[in-house]
Design a protein around this ligand. Structure first.
Ligand SMILES: C[S@@+](CC[C@H](N)C(=O)[O-])C[C@H]1O[C@@H](n2cnc3c(N)ncnc32)[C@H](O)[C@@H]1O
Ligand code: SF4
Length: 462
């Protein structure tokens, strides 16, 4: 069934009403099927088969996970741990290269790489010599001649001049600096002291070494955080004119990340307060010249992300919004996720298990999910909604050779969104209204047959 004529929005739907109605728990839809659907039914053997037949006509993307930090921030949802011993990190680099060898053996053909992303954790926990050794090792194994982007997530408080010089030598082109919030009160509530002067130094030093795109990660919804904290932080960091700003809503998932219990529930802003913080940030950034990208990113008009959005070529993957169009992603390291057109797999997420598997010469695959034709159809609908806030379901069905009616159940679930003015529907074309944008994950969930509105599974929508 489709909704052919939009129903008039209910005039009484204030943002408070909408939050009460739609602020359920939903995935962030960085993939579909989501990581929650991965199971051990897909393991190393199947992944080896998928690698052997992976399409290599386009360059692949590499993701390398560095699960080490100097200290643990209490809000952190990443797979990482506090480590001080350099030898632990150096041996991890050896094993990353050993894992690359295992993957290349299964692929059995030369592999061209288009982009490399170092994520974490904190990739600048690698000693500068280890960073260069890692890249020399990658260059000896992969064809990096077509690599157009080398990106890394960096903690400014751990960054050194020596690391920045090494970054210049490996050709780092994009960096994401973790900022979160610069108010001492909020920083104390999350165990993350950080000074604006350090961030300014990091931005200037990296740019002087050839960085072309600077991203800053900010957060809202942190303990003791207010609209004023968010706007004050933005006032400082926008003076650096970062090409991109990511504004993540704090995902409080203590059942998955027990250290988040160090954050007092009473200190957390409630859903309406979070909503006001995100809206104030969006107003501030758009008034200063950044374009809103998808759910939580902002980009200056000359940046590739803004250009991709204008061209309808914005993509979404495990790193969030991206310009990366590669059909094959090879993830190396603890908990990394990989993808081919056949499906997704994730590596073992305990470092000791991952080290043992790689040392024994086996692919360290823990779980995954095969992608059916219907999954690919739902994935394409959800990706367009997350990126463009609009999708023509009939067009996607025709492009992928699927029956548009196979998602017919979604339209009845979406009737209340139409009534509340969150979406407009014209035939099989759906667009999310400006008022509906904060709730786009709930719109996506209507197409997701696996969506379970379970409180203890995902973070809040807003
Ligand atoms: C790998 S860290 C960035 C680099 C470095 N480790 C740092 O913190 O400076 C990735 C980013 O994820 C975001 N993040 C971490 N935990 C989060 C959570 N629970 N909810 C939302 N965003 C989170 C933060 O903005 C953080 O900067
Ligand atoms: S936010 Fe960054 S520095 Fe803090 S614990 Fe997480 S990965 Fe480490």
């Amino acid at each position: 069934m489709s909704l052919s004529s939009p129903v008039a929005p209910s005039p009484a739907a204030s943002s408070g009403d909408l939050i009460a109605r739609y602020d359920a728990n939903a995935p962030r839809y960085t993939s579909y099927p989501t990581a929650a659907q991965f199971t051990s039914a897909v393991g190393a053997e199947q992944w080896g088969g998928w690698l052997a037949r992976a399409p290599l006509d386009q360059a692949v993307s590499l993701y390398l996970h560095i699960p080490f930090c100097k200290r643990l921030c209490w809000y952190c949802g990443c797979n990482t741990r506090a480590v001080n011993r350099e030898s632990v990190i150096a041996s991890y680099v050896d094993l990353l290269l050993a894992e690359a060898d295992l993957v290349l053996k299964r692929i059995g053909r030369p592999v061209r790489v288009g982009s490399i992303h170092l994520g974490g954790g904190t990739p600048n926990m690698l000693a500068p010599a280890d960073l260069e050794r890692l890249f020399a090792g990658l260059a000896a194994r992969f064809d990096l001649g077509h690599c157009f982007e080398i990106a890394a997530e960096l903690d400014p408080e751990v960054l050194t001049p020596e690391w920045v010089e090494a970054a210049g030598r490996i050709g780092l082109s994009r960096a994401s600096l973790g900022v979160q919030d610069l108010s001492p009160d909020v920083q104390a509530a999350v165990n993350r002291p950080e000074r604006f002067e350090t961030i300014r130094w990091a931005a200037e030093a990296l740019r002087a070494q050839g960085l072309v795109s600077l991203n800053l990660d900010l957060m809202y919804g942190l303990p003791r955080q207010t609209v004023e904290n968010v706007v004050t932080t933005l006032g400082l960091v926008t003076t650096l004119r970062p090409e991109r700003i990511a504004l993540f809503g704090y995902a409080h998932v203590p059942w998955m990340k027990p250290h988040q219990r160090l954050i007092k529930d009473a200190d957390l802003p409630d859903a309406p307060a979070r909503f006001l913080q995100s809206q104030a940030a969006a107003r501030y950034l758009t008034s200063k010249g950044w374009t809103a990208i998808g759910l939580d990113h902002f980009a200056l008009p000359h940046d590739g992300l803004a250009a991709a959005q204008r061209a309808g070529r914005l993509r979404r993957n495990f790193q969030g919004y991206t310009t990366d169009q590669a059909p094959v992603l090879i993830g190396l390291g603890v908990s990394s996720i990989s993808r081919t057109p056949d499906g997704y797999v994730q590596n073992l997420s305990q470092e000791r298990d991952w080290r043992a598997a790689v040392s024994a010469g086996g692919l360290p695959t823990a779980r995954g999910v095969a992608l059916s034709a219907h999954d690919a159809f739902v994935a394409a609908i959800i990706e367009r909604l997350m990126c463009d806030f609009a999708v023509d379901v009939a067009e996607v069905a025709a492009r992928l050779g699927c029956a548009a009616d196979s998602v017919a159940g979604a339209w009845s679930l979406l009737a209340r969104f139409v009534e509340d003015g969150l979406i407009e529907v014209d035939g099989r074309r759906l667009s999310v209204t400006p008022q509906g944008r904060p709730f786009v994950r709930a719109v996506c969930a209507a197409f997701d047959p696996t969506a379970v509105p379970a409180a203890n599974r995902h973070a809040r929508v807003v």
